[in-house]
Write a protein that binds this ligand. Sequence first.
Ligand SMILES: [Zn+2]
Length: 115
Amino acid sequence: MRVKHVPQRTCIACRQIASKRDLVRVVRSPDGTIQIDQTGKKPGRGAYLCRRKSCWARATKGKQLEAALKVALSPADKAMLAEFAATWAQVDDQADENAIVQPDAVNDDEASEKS
Ligand SMILES: [Zn+2]
């Protein structure tokens, strides 16, 4: 019996362990720029985040990503990362089922917005 080896990484925001391909790699290139590494092969120091907007928000607003990459993120970097995260809102909904529920994510604003 052979156990198939699946590379696993930890999301820097929620600390959940997932297979590498389910995570998105953010890399600080040798030249210092921050990039989304869709291939997982770019050179540089990498950090992994799962495909949840909540994790991206937490990692970029907090210090997790900066700490993981050992770099200070510029406003432009953060905007780029937020923009990238915004492109998979639907993936977010599906994947979030069993994940951390943030109490303040419940928006009763919309429901009560009848005038
Ligand atoms: Zn996560």
